[in-house]
Design a protein around this ligand. Structure first.
Ligand code: PLP
Length: 237
């Protein structure tokens, strides 16, 4: 039998799936509740397609321009979520290419997504981004604003609120990060209880390369991994 050479990307994807399963089982969760997202910023379409070949079904895009440049080269078996900061004037370029916008950080942005999706007759799944560590420099709703924001989303017929997303605080210690993740889990329970039509509210997108196992232990249903699958990022300057 011929031996198949596995690429680094294939090995990393396999390792991440294994770690997610182990973390879920340890926490008494069903591993199938957790989706592994490959975060694609700065990564070539070839490598991204290798990850899809290895079992990735979900891509995370940060930048509109980069998504537009790479989109045609992507293996279309994977769906795409937008996870980066999104200017209202760029919404029109992505609404037909992504299945979810995870980084809704203002009602103004929600209004624009509503407007653009109504034009193409699409209902967009969205997550509200939470600035969980209350950082000056970060976008997202504060913990205090989330309930109110989730109620406002109900007025938009082309948006379907699915849950919450957070980035956490860069450089935080493990215990601090665990508390943020636990706070996110509680916040999801809160918005579920405040929304009568809540059967769709079941997504918690949190955890990246450095802390995804902890996120799974605390209830994440999407973990977003970049460097852990594709190696360190090389930014063009
Ligand atoms: C880059 C990025 C990630 C992945 O970060 P890694 O440390 O490379 O795993 C996840 N979420 C968002 C929003 C990102 O911008």
């Amino acid at each position: 039998m011929s031996e198949k050479l596995l690429t680094d990307t294939a090995l990393n994807v396999a390792e991440a799936f294994k770690n997610i399963s182990a973390a879920a089982e340890k926490a008494g969760r069903d591993p199938s509740e957790v989706r592994l997202m490959a975060v694609t910023k700065t990564v070539s379409p070839d490598k991204i397609n290798e990850s899809i070949e290895s079992g990735i079904t979900l891509l995370g895009e940060n930048r509109v321009q980069e998504l537009l440049e790479k989109y045609e080269s992507y293996d279309k078996r994977a769906e795409i979520h937008f996870i980066g900061s999104l200017q209202t004037n760029k919404v029109k370029y992505i609404v037909d290419r992504v299945t979810m916008i995870e980084s809704v950080d203002s009602i103004k942005l929600a209004e624009e997504i509503e407007k653009r999706c109504s034009k193409i007759d699409k209902i967009m799944d969205i997550l509200l981004e939470v600035n969980i560590a209350d950082e000056e420099s970060k976008s997202g709703f504060s913990v205090d604003e989330i309930i109110d924001a989730s109620e406002k989303i109900k007025d938009f017929p082309h948006l379907r609120l699915r849950g919450l997303m957070t980035i956490g605080r860069f450089g935080a210690e493990i215990e601090e990060t665990r508390q943020y993740f636990a706070k996110m889990r509680n916040l999801l329970v809160d918005i579920k209880s405040k929304n009568i039509d809540n059967i769709y509210i079941n997504i918690l997108s949190m955890g990246m390369s450095s802390d995804y196992e902890l996120a799974v232990a605390e209830g994440a249903t999407i973990v977003r991994i970049g460097r852990g699958l594709f190696g360190e990022r090389k930014y063009k300057v």
